[in-house]
Design a protein around this ligand. Structure first.
Ligand code: SF4
Length: 270
């Protein structure tokens, strides 16, 4: 196993079987983390980049079984910020020294393509990099936001196991999710995606496939977090995602995608 880690550190290549074996090997976790730390230091340096996150709406048309914002959760208090408030917050973020703002929301169709494009244009006037994270839309909508000045887009695939994806994201189509990521790539966005570790039915082999998918997509950012069951969702009593498995996945990601941005996620912190 340790020879495998050494090889990955030098070549950034592993087979699906090797990744699966390392994911399932707690005894190599520290060795993996140390190798990943060296690769991080060599390829992306020691700086930590801060992003100003503006969660501008928690209204969502989707019904993902693990998410507190799912449309059938009547216990969450819903809100939506107006355009002026969003711009004012971005202004504040700029004043604090942030160079990037991330506009994140549930899939809230009140924000039509044109409405959101108008907000992006106003943020670009502040000379900020703009990341959008608003879910699945058409190629034309992504194109409009790109021409309005949006630089990056976050859309987690959650799992590349199609059956697991469609079971826990009912009404959503795995092929459409992949289509969105490919459209974003084709439009020249910097693309962020990621995995939810611990979805019931997810295997180590499928997590290995996630990593290879990110390599193939040439993802610019990959965010990984363990499942934290929310009591107001159908997965409220599920077994939580494994912190150490998630940590091994983060290390393997760094070895195989040496230049990617890998954020410290709030789920890991929690
Ligand atoms: S689309 Fe996103 S915000 Fe909406 S329910 Fe699914 S995970 Fe939650």
């Amino acid at each position: 196993m340790e020879a495998c880690v050494k090889r990955a550190e030098a070549s950034h290549v592993l087979t699906p079987e090797e990744i699966t074996a390392l994911l399932g090997a707690p005894e190599v976790e520290e060795c993996l983390a140390a190798a990943a730390d060296r690769v991080r230091h060599a390829f992306v340096g020691d700086g930590v980049h801060l992003r100003g996150l503006i969660e501008f709406s928690n209204i969502c048309r989707q019904n993902c079984m693990y998410c507190g914002l799912r449309r059938e959760n009547g216990k969450v208090e819903r809100y939506r910020l107006d355009a002026d408030t969003i711009v004012e917050l971005a202004h504040k973020a700029k004043g604090y020294g942030y160079q990037t703002v991330v506009l994140q929301s549930g899939e809230d169709l009140y924000f039509t393509a044109e409405r959101l494009a108008a907000i992006v244009r106003r943020l670009k006037e502040l000379d900020l990099a703009v990341t959008l994270s608003v879910g699945e839309r058409s190629y034309e909508e992504y194109a409009l936001w790109r021409t309005a000045g949006a630089d990056r887009y976050l859309l987690r695939i959650e799992t590349t196991d199609e059956a697991v994806y469609e079971r826990w994201d009912p009404g959503m189509d795995y092929a459409n999710r992949v289509r969105c990521l490919r459209d974003l790539r084709a439009l020249g966005y910097e693309v962020g995606t990621g995995t939810l570790v611990g979805l019931p039915g997810q295997s180590l082999a499928s997590i290995a496939e996630d990593i290879l998918f990110y390599q193939q997509l040439d993802a610019d950012m990959v965010g990984i977090g363990p499942l934290i069951p929310n009591p107001d969702t159908p997965l409220g009593t599920a077994v939580p995602g494994d912190f150490h498995l998630t940590r091994r996945m983060v290390s393997l990601l760094r070895l195989l995608l040496p230049e990617a941005n890998i954020p410290a996620t709030t789920a890991m912190e929690t």
